[in-house]
Design a protein around this ligand. Structure first.
Ligand code: NAD
Length: 481
């Protein structure tokens, strides 16, 4: 049994001042696997103070020193990669392959950022001015429960590369994963206060970070609803805010696409991370002329998906992360039926043979109109809405008819045609004939999917502020001899 009751502040694990204790539950078995005591506002204030003490040292650090810190973090996180994978399986229900990817990704964030930093010039000339990119100051990094290790490491890598000390608040719903990652961060032996990590409620620790004058920048990943609260809270102290928010991505299959090849990818895009992915392609747009064939293929594909024990390498979809998630998804399935969509696969309840755990039946709806809730709202579970269209213009119109715009997918056998469609889609990223992201390219959303970009050079620049230094043309008479 895990008994977590510490925060990581000023280079040391210290007991939290908070007293709220939460049970940690394995979502595949519903068994308690431990408890965590949450930090409170006092803990957050101590963490913010420690980061502020570390900030001047980081502001003055050289590029080579930051690269060295990133390399140490990469090695330390890599050394605990098995533990990160196992915590992701046990606490979150991530299938083995996905959990392994998550833990590899966590160390890669530091490696790719170190490489990017080596080529980055913090000074440039514009006209007669010199523009210096300076660290904004102490950063609050607030992460969601559906990508604990990845969010922590990706945000931290960008902040550190820019020279910002951090106060990290992972989700209170991912304590075990956060704990294992924090131990790795500690192993890297960075100067005290450069990284501080504490778990706490959003309305408590999260709000303290969002309102504190000791925080200059917030990098938040989570729901659009919370992102709006954070943006408002940060305004008073004029914080710089990056928001990576919810999505309702469209997958556009053009009529020249080879269905046998692309539908397995489209289904993966919909159900990745057990359907709990901001980038999940949960609206599948199929030409009406190909609908009958697509339906037949989707039926076969979904029947072959193994749902169950996330420790089994053959499992593609594990449990949802919590009972609350399970109930939320059930409610959406009921709403889809009530609003007139037809079930092609799945539906309410657990899959056959599973009577424990927060398992959902991989669900596909057809006869979906884009104004139905299942097509407009982020469900955050393995529920796919298939929508028919007649021509490319209509496909683009449907795809763009959303308040969100995070990531879209286009499948086609003609690259130029796919690119033309990609240019017309309102999304921060469009993937053509692939579902894997490019991790050094900017990632983020348009519309209500967010503000700002993460990853690579754009991710780091979100933690930098340009300062212009311009010198008079002639200094005659101004300077001493
Ligand atoms: P959430 O918004 O409920 O919580 C995210 C984080 O914010 C948690 O750490 C939480 O404790 C904290 N928080 C909550 N209220 C707060 C407040 N008032 N002030 C400060 N912090 C507060 O989101 P979630 O349920 O943890 O995550 C799922 C959501 O995240 C989905 O909508 C998903 O699409 C989104 N997400 C987006 C991306 C992306 O890159 N765009 C990636 C992963 C997840």
């Amino acid at each position: 049994m895990w008994n977590l009751d510490q925060a990581y502040i000023d280079g040391a694990f210290v007991p939290v001042q908070g007293s709220e204790r939460l049970e940690i539950v394995n979502p595949a078995t519903e068994q308690a696997i431990g408890t965590v005591v949450l930090a409170n506002r006092d803990d957050a204030r101590r963490a913010i103070a420690a980061a502020n003490r570390a900030q001047p040292g980081l502001t003055n650090s050289t590029k080579a020193q930051r690269i060295e810190m990133l390399r140490r973090l990469e090695a330390a996180v890599l050394a605990r990669s098995d533990q990160i994978r196992d915590a992701t399986i046990e606490e979150y229900g991530g299938p083995v392959a996905r959990s392994q990817w998550v833990s590899n990704y966590a160390s890669q964030c530091f490696a790719t950022t170190a490489r990017m930093l080596a080529d980055y010039d913090f000074e440039r000339r514009l006209g007669e001015a010199t523009v210096v990119m300076e660290p904004i100051g102490v950063a609050g990094l607030i992460a969601p429960w559906n990508s604990t290790a990845g969010s922590i490491c990706s945000k931290l890598a960008s902040a550190l590369a820019a020279g910002c000390a951090s106060v990290v608040k992972p989700s209170e719903l991912g304590p075990l994963q956060a704990h294992v990652v924090t131990e790795a961060l500690h192993d890297a032996g960075l100067p005290a206060g450069v990284v501080n990590v504490l778990l706490g409620r959003g309305g408590d620790v999260g709000d303290e970070i969002s309102t504190s004058p000791g925080i200059a920048k917030i990098s938040f990943t989570g729901s659009t609803q919370t992102g709006k609260l954070i943006a408002r809270a940060g305004l008073e102290s004029m914080k710089r805010v990056s928001l990576a928010l919810s999505g309702k991505s469209a997958t556009v299959v053009l009529d020249d696409a080879h269905l046998a090849t692309v539908l397995p990818m489209a289904l993966n895009a919909a159900f990745m991370n057990n359907g709990q992915a901001c980038v999940a392609g949960t609206r599948l747009l199929i030409p009406n002329a190909l609908m009958a064939e697509a339906i037949e293929r989707l039926q076969d594909l979904v029947a072959a998906i193994q749902v169950g024990d996330p420790r089994d390498a053959a499992t593609a979809v594990g449990p949802l992360a919590s009972k609350a998630q399970f109930e939320r998804v059930q409610q959406f399935i009921r709403r889809g039926l009530a609003q007139g969509a037809t079930l092609l696969a799945g539906g309410e309840g657990r899959p056959d043979g599973l009577d424990k755990g927060w398992f959902v039946r991989p669900t596909i709806f057809v006869d979906v109109r884009n104004d139905m809730d299942i097509a407009q709202k982020e469900i955050f579970g393995p529920v796919l809405s298939v929508i028919g269209y007649d021509d490319d213009d209509e496909a683009v119109e449907i795809a763009n008819d959303s308040i969100y715009g995070l990531q879209a997918y286009v499948f086609s056998s003609q690259l130029q045609r796919a690119r033309r469609v990609a240019f017309r889609l309102h999304a921060g990223t469009v993937l053509i004939n692939r579902i894997a992201p490019e991790l050094i390219a900017p990632f983020g959303g348009v519309r209500q999917s967010g503000i700002g970009r993460e990853f690579g050079v754009f991710g780091m620049e979100a933690f930098l502020e340009p300062k212009t230094i311009s010198v008079a043309n002639s200094t005659a008479g101004l300077l001493g001899s």
